[in-house]
Write a protein that binds this ligand. Structure first.
Ligand code: AMP
Length: 546
């Protein structure tokens, strides 16, 4: 068996490895480190949990220990799809380079440009960045990429999902042709294959077994329910989720609960908190400092339940997670593998529960085809029955919270592939009420669709994870949209939508509305609301978690 001492790593790196307590290299490390140290390009097909971060960090530290950083010209570059992953790589770098004098900078959104500029000006050996933020710095003229000798692309398949591939190609082109590339992806989609064929030179290809096929430490269970009403599916799932968490009791020390859409991440987190659970959400629309605080709390054990989107939780290395819950079955089968891989790490035991409804049949089939096994079916916890509220018709736009607490982005409870209700069931006017109940805003149909969008997989995700700075700041733009949801500067005289292209000379008949608008009904489901409020005031069993 290969030992770290066989790998020709720098003695300072070997000491750091010993300090970290690692005894033997993982397969990806044993496979990737030797060719990397020979200066070859590496194509690593591996996912998080396999030790892949060290497989590129250890040779980088070894190779960079000779030579010096120059102002504004980083010597190496690590690109990560999300801020959290970039921060995690930076932590790994600190661990493995602690006995060297190498310097690093972390370029991620949500951190002031000034601080980051200062570091780059001084010169850094390793620059760890999300692609958008890196290009922002480059475009501001603060950074030269012509000194990059080693470039790492981490989680390339997630980059693809998030629409970062054009940025990655551009960054490749800004770095010297002679650079060494270490490229990692969990899967090899055709687009990833194309990039590697274009930018890697005769790479050493190292592929490690998929986590799903090797992780016997995870007990998987699928609980299927058929909600009495399809439009109450989300409510039924939340009830079942609470029942499972309660039934698991103390065995569930902490858990990550995955939802497919950011809106549901917020709703589920809010609902769990309402029911007395110690829970918090994490997704790409939340402020970076809040995301960091939430993750820190989850890591240190002060937060028990982390409700997450795939993008936010992908690759997070939190060693002791007892449970993973798929509140939604993922629509991309490989996400199932990534999600459940958050538990059962480093030889520990873990439990992964998935909640399925008849609407998820095709997702379930795809997951089972990918992992080549049937997810073991389990019954709902003993005595579980859906509440009366789950049988009732929901309120118009969300089935858990009254309009008072609803943000304009969390209006729909529908899944991405669920059909919209028939037109006659749709109210002609949607009423969105701000947190403080102060505005009532009519939401045009076009805007309504915003609330239905899943976690972004394309260019919008790039904006969410790596905001563009001045002069254009999509992140701040998004926030502005949220606080002033649907104000349009081009309003017509009676406050209706402006007619584009007619300036001020719009004939009156064009501005008249022919729609009949229903009066605003405060809340159809006041009983359910009352019962929720009663539960908030009197969260019987779970108050101790708070
Ligand atoms: P990664 O796949 O890079 O996210 O790493 C997963 C976890 O494995 C991290 O917590 C690392 O600290 C740990 N790890 C990495 N290499 C080794 C090793 N050779 N032996 C034991 N643990 C390791």
């Amino acid at each position: 068996m290969t030992k770290f001492t066989d790998l020709k790593l720098d003695p300072a790196v070997l000491r750091a490895i010993a300090d970290a307590g690692y005894e033997t290299p993982t397969p990806i490390q044993a496979g990737a480190i030797p060719p990397a140290l020979e200066g070859k390009d590496v194509l690593g097909i591996a996912q998080t949990g396999t030790g892949k971060t060290a497989s590129f960090t250890l040779p980088m530290v070894t190779m960079l220990s000779k030579g010096r950083a120059r102002a504004r010209m980083p010597r190496s570059l690590v690109l990560c799809p999300t801020r959290e992953l970039a921060a995690q790589v930076a932590e790994n770098f600190d661990t493995y380079a602690k006995h060297t004098k190498l310097t690093k900078a972390l370029l991620i959104g949500g951190v002031s440009f000034g601080e980051q500029d200062k570091l780059i000006d001084r010169g850094v050996d390793v620059l760890i960045a999300t692609p958008g933020r890196l290009l922002d710095h480059f475009e501001r003229g603060k950074l030269l990429l012509t000194g990059v000798q080693i470039m790492v692309v981490d989680e390339a398949d997630r980059m693809l999902d998030m629409g970062f591939i054009p940025d990655i190609e551009r960054i490749f082109q800004l770095t010297p042709f002679t650079r060494q590339t270490l490229f990692f992806s969990a899967t090899m989609a055709p687009e990833i294959e194309r990039i590697t064929n274009t930018f890697l030179h005769a790479p050493a290809r190292i592929e490690v077994a998929r986590q799903a096929t090797t992780s016997e430490t995870i007990t998987q269970k699928l609980i299927q329910i058929t909600p009495p009403r399809r439009d109450q599916s989300a409510k039924a799932k939340r009830e079942l989720l609470r029942a499972i968490i309660k039934a698991e009791g103390e065995a569930c020390t902490n858990a990550i609960i995955f939802c497919n859409r950011k809106t549901d991440v917020d709703i589920v987190a809010k609902s769990l908190k309402t029911h007395g659970f110690n829970a918090a959400p994490i997704h790409g629309d939340l402020d970076q400092s809040l995301r960091t605080k939430t993750l820190d709390a989850f890591r240190d054990g002060s937060l028990r339940l982390l409700i997450a989107s795939d993008v936010a939780a992908r690759g997070l290395d939190i060693p002791a997670v007892s449970h993973v819950f798929n509140y939604d079955l993922p629509s991309h089968a490989e996400d199932y593998v990534h999600r459940i891989g958050r538990t059962g790490r480093a030889g520990r035991l873990g439990t992964a529960y998935s909640i399925g409804t008849p609407a998820d049949a095709k997702y379930l089939a795809a997951i089972e085809a990918l992992v080549k096994q049937e997810i073991p079916r389990a019954d709902p916890p003993e005595g579980f029955t859906l509440s009366d509220a789950a049988h009732r018709e929901p309120r118009k736009y969300d089935d858990d919270k009254g309009p008072r607490s609803r943000s304009p982005r969390s209006r729909s409870g529908r899944g991405r592939d669920e059909k919209r209700p028939p037109r006659e069931d749709r109210a002609p006017v949607i009423v969105a009420v701000e947190e403080d109940d102060s505005h009532i805003v009519e939401v045009p149909e076009a805007k309504r669709s915003e609330g239905r969008r899943p976690e972004p997989r394309h260019s919008e995700a790039r904006r969410a994870e790596s905001p563009r700075p001045e002069p254009i700041r999509p992140e701040s733009g998004r926030d502005e949209r949220r606080s002033e949801p649907y104000r349009d500067s081009r309003r017509s005289r009676d406050g209706g939508p402006a007619v584009v292209g007619m300036g001020d000379h719009v004939p009156d008949f064009l501005l008249r509305s022919f729609r009949t608008t229903k009066p605003v009904i405060e809340d159809k489901d006041t009983e359910a609301e009352e019962s929720t409020e009663a539960e908030v005031q009197n969260p019987v069993e779970e108050t101790s978690e708070n």
